[in-house]
Design a protein around this ligand. Sequence first.
Ligand code: THU
Length: 147
Amino acid sequence: MVDDKTLVAEAISARERAYVPYSHFSVGAALLDAHGKIWHGCNIENASYTPTNCAERTAFFKAVSEGVVDFVAIAVVGGAAGEPISDWCAPCGVCRQVMREFCDPQNFRVLLACAPDEYKAYSLDELLPQGFGPDNLERAACNHEHH
Ligand code: THU
């Protein structure tokens, strides 16, 4: 079993691979899947700016592209590149929406950390209340059939 502390430590090491020549803000993520495997992610920036991918989405897209779609938790750390983490780094709205696609809002846990033993845990529902997800489209399709 992967505990919270381990997941945060993995996010801290994932951050070392961040490619951030423009913002100089490096982010690391460690995504725990339902099989107990950890997927690492870092942010990857681009000279054209908008193609930038956040650390959280890097981790999700690596996992999903390898056939994994069941997740338990993600740890996220971020801060000025080359410096130790000194503040919480909360996932951006786009990353929260990507989590909503694959994770149960009540059960999926998001750990925001400054150090392995200094973290705050939230459910996805707390970070993305009243989110729009796959179930909304399923209900709409169902209603359509009945009319
Ligand atoms: N970033 C992440 O990777 N994850 C977050 O949770 C917040 C923002 C990245 C995007 C960009 O490369 C840099 O941080 C500054 O916005």
